[in-house]
Design a protein around this ligand. Sequence first.
Ligand code: UDX
Length: 499
Amino acid sequence: DHQQYAAGEPPLPPHVLIFPLPLQGHVNSMLKLAELLCVSHLHVTVLLSEFNHSRLRRHADFESRFSRYSGFRVATIPDGLPDDHPRNGERAIEIVLSLKKVGGFEFRKLIESTDALSDGGSRRRVSCLIMDGVLSFAIPVVEEMGIPFIYFRTASACSFWANFCFKEVMEAGELPLKGKDEDKYAYWKKEELDLIVTSVPGMEGFLRRRDLPSYVRVDNADDPGFQTILTETRRTAASSGLILNTFEDLEGPIMDQIRKHIPNVYSIGPLHTHLKYRLDSEKVESTQNSSSFWEEDRSCLTWLDSQPANSVLYVSFGSVTILSNNEFLEFWYGLVNSGQKFLWVMRPDSIIGNENGDENKVPLELEEGTKARGYMVGWVPQHEVLAHPAVAAFFTHSGWNSTLESIAAGMPMLCWPYFADQTINSRFVSDYWKVGLDIKDTCDRVVIEKKVREIMQERRDEFVERARSMAELAKKAISEGGTSSSNLNRLIEFIKASI
Ligand code: UDX
């Protein structure tokens, strides 16, 4: 690549193209990696969907967050969906299927047009691709051009590994489960869901069928979404490596299993604290770090400021979950009846029916209970909320970012996984790391009330003690000499060597 810089000029740094799946949880963690690479003076282009790029520019202080890095750029491609597509709930998979259709063409167009990415010759051509899972349409394009690619799977190592083993689990006859897709809480036989899964190495005797990612609950062998996840996860083995937002003390034994198939695993998490640590070491100011698709309502911090220490349950089900009106009411009664204070994130699109304004009238007891002890907002700065002294526990859908953020904050969790990888994360939270409770497959106000009291009072101390020691391990991992820190350095060396 010597012709890429004029004689006497210093050589241009490597140029990494980062391609996240256009979903909040994925964009959040991959932007953090982008920033970490910028801190190390690499050139980075992040490829966003046009739809999400315009949301980021509208709602987050996105431009100012990245303007401090001379090496950072954004490129966009269409996701192929109409603007009014909901892009949430079970329909989130349609983003993947749509990208599969249009992405190959759009990606090739982008990467072959040197103008789009070279910025008038001030950047070299892309020297390494870091891509999310299920975007394998990009592989033939980069392979033709001799550009190495690395996967970044934004979920936990344990859910990645379970996905990787689906083929064997199916061959062993442990999948699919048999049931009808009607009432989510009634159609599965308890005895079948409680059967132990034996064919995921490293998790024998630990996982129950109910803990497996939700898309295997129906016989969806022909379902295009399921097939995509199955085949694309296996394909990871053909890459130059796999980046995971986790750390060795948390998921080391599972990563040892993964390393038998993909030798080069870079565990570099928790990314949010890792980034903060490196920014502090480089003396870069880190005030702006939001990449929210929704406007953050900071009034919740003022409300928290007025609450006693360790008195509030933080409730959020992430960026994709949609509740039925019935689920919403069960949660609400459970929270109000528990007598605990709560801060609850309800995205504008998080209840079925809300869009049309046809939700039922709120019962008086809920209204009064909420006025007395609760605060509801559309979207919050979650890192700041989890770090707030008034917050005592996190009622979560067990998305991987939320789980890691909670662990790094030493915060106990009450888990109600909604779908996908979340069902396995919550199993690990409750039964392996033992930092919380798992109430998957129930949505009953009496159970919720009881479990809220358990996490906030009766068992909080025991969970806090373990959560804090895990937070210490997380801190050690990202500090100089720690496993995540060394892995990130190794990743940067690989990228530098690939020009
Ligand atoms: C889903 C998956 O469950 C997750 O495991 C996968 O890797 C990505 O897709 P999501 O539902 O978005 O993710 O949950 P999660 O992974 O927890 O990510 C949500 C992110 O939004 C977190 O980083 C959280 O800090 C942030 N958030 C959430 C806010 O900033 N404000 C809020 O009010 C709620």
